[in-house]
Design a protein around this ligand. Structure first.
Ligand code: CO
Length: 220
């Protein structure tokens, strides 16, 4: 192998270990995947969905993009969601952001980065919907943390508002949405308490989760 031999060597070791632990592992996975979760996370190399949740291949369906944004017209994300909901019948969709997110920081600070500025507009829209909350925060680091959380909560709402999720709920399919945030500094996941399993729950859960962000960061 001419290029990146260390990765192929690591892959061979890994495949051998997996087969040693369970000789049927790859044969069974090749025949069928039945993940219970769809993960919508950030592309950041420090937030690998499987590793931080202890999930094996076959256990989580994953979509990642810069700053875990769910755009209503993003065919890539929507196609992943449709396959996950309609074909795989996942039980849970987890939107997971992370503190220290470079995409969120760029949305706050507005450096000119080129094409990606257009993508980051979506996070600036989130920022602009919460200007009052963000303006009440003591410094830029706190605003960054808070916007990482607000972005997750807003993206959960975007997931809930897709026709895909709405239709699944209408036909009585069991599907729960969640918003989580991951700490790069301690490796811990935190539930932002915006979990819902019907359209009727959306507004209340959304408002509560935003209130929670406010009470976490705005000094009384
Ligand atoms: Co990120």
């Amino acid at each position: 192998m001419k290029y990146l031999p260390e990765l192929f060597a690591a892959n061979a070791r890994w495949a051998e270990e997996m087969t040693a632990a369970d000789p049927q592992f790859f044969a069974e996975l090749a025949a069928l995947q039945t993940p219970a979760y769809l993960w919508i996370g950030c592309s950041d190399s420090r937030v690998p969905a499987n590793q931080i949740t202890g999930l094996q291949p076959g256990e989580v369906f994953v979509h990642r993009n810069v700053a875990n944004v769910v755009v209503h017209t993003d065919l890539n994300c929507l196609s992943v969601m449709q396959f996950a909901i309609d074909v795989l019948k996942v039980q849970h969709i987890i939107v997971c952001g992370h503190y220290g997110c470079g995409g969120v920081k760029a949305a706050l600070e507005e450096p000119a980065l080129g094409l990606i500025d257009n993508w980051l507009r979506h996070i600036q829209d989130v920022r602009d919907r919460h200007t009052e909350l963000l303006a009440a925060l003591p410094d830029n680091d706190t605003r960054w943390r808070a916007l990482c959380e607000l972005n997750v909560i807003e993206q959960v709402r975007n997931v809930a508002r897709t026709t895909l999720v709405g239709d699944a709920w209408k036909r009585g399919q069991s599907l729960m949405l969640h918003g989580w945030i991951y700490g790069l500094a301690d490796g811990r996941l935190q539930d932002l308490q915006v979990s819902i399993q019907s359209s009727a729950e959306l507004q209340k859960a959304f408002n509560l989760a935003i209130d929670n962000v406010r009470s976490r960061y705005v000094s009384q």
